[in-house]
Write a protein that binds this ligand. Structure first.
Ligand SMILES: Cc1cc2nc3c(=O)[nH]c(=O)nc-3n(C[C@H](O)[C@H](O)[C@H](O)COP(=O)(O)OP(=O)(O)OC[C@H]3O[C@@H](n4cnc5c(N)ncnc54)[C@H](O)[C@@H]3O)c2cc1C
Length: 490
């Protein structure tokens, strides 16, 4: 074998609650899980006027945080406090509402569905009218020999990446990242920026190969190599030994930390033990109802689940349904937008990135400068899918057009070159209800109102609406809108 080194609480009974469904503005609601989606449920319940007691249990020590930003802890660009989600009891727009009881570091240990009670790890029981499970997902680690002790515990230095605790486990100079999906790529780039020696091991021909075509894959590969990330592509981990990882071609990689970014599995043990219907996740209907109408499930623990943005939409649906409102339109799930968070590289995928047979395809390629775009249009000239790298203005405009679901201007090239008003006429208007910042649910209309009220710079818009303060991937979109508002006003 060769050793390879690279250069590189319980409340009173609800007065208006419906005993069979657990709804009504005074029903007792217990939320289990304080990740972004559980937190969102509690926030939206108060927003929609739920006045009954809401208790949120979270196994993790507090406060709640924005999980997608964890790589920024790895490179030190953000501190743990920067990741905090807003305090549920200091939210704007819900003054005078009773506080949400938040219990960090306390887990739900069991559910008694007959008595409608949750048993906690602090040995108390919380009665509920509605229970909302938001227990999320846990890292899935591959069955590589040597990864675990005979007892089943992971060997020292091996970790997934799902929590602040996982980030704190990343130690030493030599880091091997397993898995070249978004999480693995973002983590590898962050650790490299922090000066660690990083190797990314991925079985595909290039990272993110399930989302990108070869043109975009080339740009990403070059970018990572340029950062000094070692790339072991087309390889899988064959055996883990203390301090060494053997690949399937028998190369040995040294490691101090072996970071497994190899997928997640819904956390369903609590639901299963309570006898709820579970497949890979807890089975739910469109309003998050499980096989027991008094129990809902949202986010990564639910099936259908999907992305964080689907989770947010589910949270909104559950909160509205529990407060007697109607369901919102499901836009996020139908028009998925993926943005990679690697500073210095713009990379976005709209839809599935591929489109359908018979679509009009427009491609722009300038690999030496890290630019590539492939857009796929339906017969009416609407954007069905796109992969864009290194063209921030084009990605921002295309994302708008994709959200608005309107035909593209005639001059596709001008669009890809980032000219805001191609010769074929001005860009179609994004409707006011289009969500620009998905993390904070900020619409174009909300941004326009803030502008009208005097927030006339990008910074002022951010301050007024909280747009861009989640994953940050809408920053370019806000820039484009800012310019648009200024042009309209001038
Ligand atoms: C680095 C990173 C980047 C990501 N980027 C993206 C992205 O760009 N787009 C995207 O769509 N998704 C992304 N994700 C995934 C996204 O973070 C998840 O979809 C999201 O966190 C799901 O939220 P959730 O609240 O359902 O579950 P989780 O965030 O997993 O939170 C569940 C919480 O429940 C707690 N819990 C579990 N069991 C119990 C119990 N019995 N009692 C009490 N508490 C319990 C857990 O401790 C945890 O705090 C990313 C994830 C990571 C780690």
């Amino acid at each position: 074998m060769r050793l390879r080194r690279r250069g590189g609480t319980a409340g009173t009974a609800g007065t208006a609650g419906d005993a069979t469904t657990g709804t009504g503005t005074r029903a007792r609601i217990v939320v289990v899980g304080g990740g972004p989606v559980g937190h969102r449920v509690a926030e939206r319940l108060r927003h929609h006027g739920h006045e009954g007691p809401v208790t949120l249990l979270d196994a993790e020590p507090g406060p709640a945080y924005h999980r997608v930003l964890l790589p920024a802890l790895l490179d030190g660009s953000l501190t743990p406090a920067d990741l905090h989600l807003p305090d549920l009891n200091r939210l704007p727009g819900v003054p005078g509402m009773p506080d949400v009881t938040v219990r960090h570091g306390v887990s739900a240990a069991g559910i008694d569905r007959r008595r409608q009670e949750v048993r906690t790890t602090e040995h108390d029981r919380l009665p509920y009218d509605t229970l909302v499970l938001a227990t999320g997902a846990r890292p899935h680690l591959p069955p590589v020999p040597g990864l675990r002790h005979a007892s089943g515990w992971l060997i020292d230095g091996v970790t997934g990446l799902r929590s602040r605790t996982d980030c704190a486990r990343v130690r030493g100079e030599e880091i091997v990242v397993l898995g070249g999906g978004p999480l693995g790529v973002e983590a590898a780039a962050a650790l490299r920026r922090a000066g660690r020696r990083v190797t990314l091991v991925h079985p595909g021909p290039y990272p993110l190969d399930d989302r990108l075509d070869a043109g975009a894959g080339e740009v990403l590969t070059r970018h990572l190599a340029g950062l000094g990330v070692g790339l072991e592509l087309g390889r899988i981990a064959a055996e883990v030994r203390p301090g060494k990882l053997a690949l399937d071609d028998e190369w040995l990689l040294p490691w101090d930390t072996l970071l497994c970014c190899t997928g997640v599995r819904p956390r369903t043990r609590l639901a299963e033990a309570a006898g709820l219907a579970v497949r890979s996740g807890v089975l739910v209907d469109a309003e998050g109802r499980t096989s027991d109408p008094a129990v809902r499930a949202v986010g990564d623990c639910a099936e259908p689940g999907g992305s964080l943005y689907d989770g947010w939409e589910q949270a909104e649906r559950v909160a509205r349904s529990l407060t007697g409102g109607s369901a919102p339109h499901g836009t996020a799930a139908r028009r998925p937008v993926f943005r990679l968070r690697v500073p210095g590289l713009t990379l976005g995928v709209l839809g599935d990135g591929k489109g359908e047979a018979g679509d009009e395809i427009v491609t722009y390629r300038d690999a030496a400068r890290g630019r590539y775009a492939r857009i796929s249009l339906d017969a009416e000239g609407r954007l069905r899918a796109a992969v864009v790298t290194g063209l921030p203005q084009a990605l921002a405009t295309l994302t708008q057009l994709y959200a608005a679901d309107t035909p593209l201007p005639e001059s596709r090239l001008a669009l890809l070159l980032g000219r805001p008003a191609p010769r074929g006429g001005p860009l179609p208007e994004l409707p006011p209800e289009a969500v620009v910042c998905r993390c904070n649910n900020v619409t174009k209309g909300a941004l326009a109102s803030a502008w009208e009220e005097g927030a006339r710079t990008q910074e002022a818009l951010v301050e007024a609406t909280r747009a861009t303060t989640g994953c940050g991937s809408c920053t370019d979109d806000i820039k484009v809108l800012c310019r648009e508002f200024a042009e309209v006003g001038s």
